[in-house]
Design a protein around this ligand. Structure first.
Ligand SMILES: [Cu+2]
Length: 367
């Protein structure tokens, strides 16, 4: 009997020690994982089916909490312009094209009755389009009037490393009130963009993005009659507050924009029957958008700014544009009518869950 008891005690001790060693790695994890501890704010409700909403969430890590706060700034004024992505004027100084950008927060209408607080370049979403010719020497003077630091990354442009705009790696962040000058040669030709690289998860979604087009030195043999840049993004608006949209629970977008507007406030592009039309699709948010054109197939003539050889140009009617990608598509407007261009993740064609809205626009082909 005594032997059996000893056997049982020893067995139990062995089992317990085995369990303890098995759970040891787990018990040490939280120390390095504190950043991800997310709790509901005191008194907040978890919303439908327990899904947290932005206002109900509180990160225990103050840096993470900062990323999830509403987009705000002191004395935010209504935007004085209504259309984003317009060509930016420049001046010439000793053969250098000099552009000026000011980062600032404005109230930006995306739709009749829906205005968001946006971080902008020069007061518009997208910011103004920088359009230059391959080989141009360019200088961009950036003044930061945001309440937060920022930097600019020239996405896809082949710049010297010191001009690449990565805070803590290639430059110090541009502090509020400070000015920083970027200077480089514009190359290669193609469809590019510029955007914030400081807290990009917040600042890009908040509106700090814009087209950057480099035209080829030699004029194109078959240049399009209509040439439009379409920058696609998302944001979140709840209880009158604007949040950066993120691919995480409670921060999902409920508004989707083409050039800073949601359908039906998106631009209608009117073209003549027979025109060659080029659309430069750019996804700058954090979600993939399969853009689908009704009525006419198109060819993908450039990817990420680089020309696709004619024999390799796919004929498509839908192209998925992932964050950071650019697709230049071209088609001949052979059929008259009002043809939709829209995202085929159909939830992205809603405004705050109501269809139609979001990523839809009309290509109006007339005689
Ligand atoms: Cu989409």
């Amino acid at each position: 009997m005594k032997k059996v008891l000893i056997f049982l005690v020893v067995s139990l001790a062995l089992i317990l020690s085995a369990c303890a060693s098995a759970v040891t790695p787990v018990t040490t994890m939280p120390a390095s994982n504190d950043n991800f501890n997310m709790t509901l704010a005191p008194g907040a409700s978890a919303g439908v089916n327990g899904t947290p909403t932005p206002g109900s969430m509180m990160m225990e890590n103050p840096d993470a909490a900062h990323m999830m706060e509403p987009i705000t700034a002191p004395n935010v004024q209504p935007a004085t312009e209504t259309t984003g992505g317009q060509p930016l004027e420049f001046r010439e100084e000793n053969g250098v094209k000099v552009f000026e950008l000011t980062t600032k927060a404005v109230q930006w209408p995306i739709l009749d009755g829906v205005t968001v607080t946006a971080y902008t370049y020069n007061g518009t979403v997208p910011g103004p389009m920088i359009r230059v010719t391959e080989g141009d020497q360019i200088r961009i003077v950036v003044k930061n009037e945001l309440p937060d630091p920022t930097t600019i990354h020239w996405h896809g442009v082949e710049v010297p490393n010191a001009m690449d705009g990565v805070p803590g790696v290639t430059q110090d962040p541009i502090q509020p009130g400070e000015t920083f000058t970027y200077e480089f040669t514009a190359k290669p030709a193609g469809t590019f963009m510029y955007h914030s690289h400081y807290e990009g998860d917040v600042q890009v979604s908040a509106g700090l993005y814009a087209p950057f087009i480099i035209d080829p030195k030699e004029p194109e043999a078959n240049s399009p009659v209509v040439d439009k840049v379409l920058m696609i993004s998302e944001l979140r608006m709840t209880d009158g507050q604007t949040f950066a949209a993120m691919p995480m629970a409670g921060m999902e977008p409920n508004y989707f924009t083409i050039n800073g507007k949601s359908f039906p406030a998106t631009e209608t592009i009117t073209v003549k029957k027979g025109d060659l039309v080029r659309l430069r699709l750019i996804a700058i948010g954090q979600f993939i958008h399969p853009m689908h054109l009704h009525g006419m197939p198109f060819k993908i003539v450039a990817t990420d700014g680089h020309p696709v050889p004619e024999a390799a140009q796919l004929t498509k009617d839908t192209v998925s544009v992932a964050p950071g990608e650019r697709y230049d598509i071209e088609f001949v407007a052979t059929e008259t009518g009002q043809w939709m261009l829209h995202c085929h993740i159909l939830h992205h064609t809603t405004n705050d869950n109501v269809e139609p809205g979001g990523l839809m626009m009309v290509i109006n082909v007339v005689e």
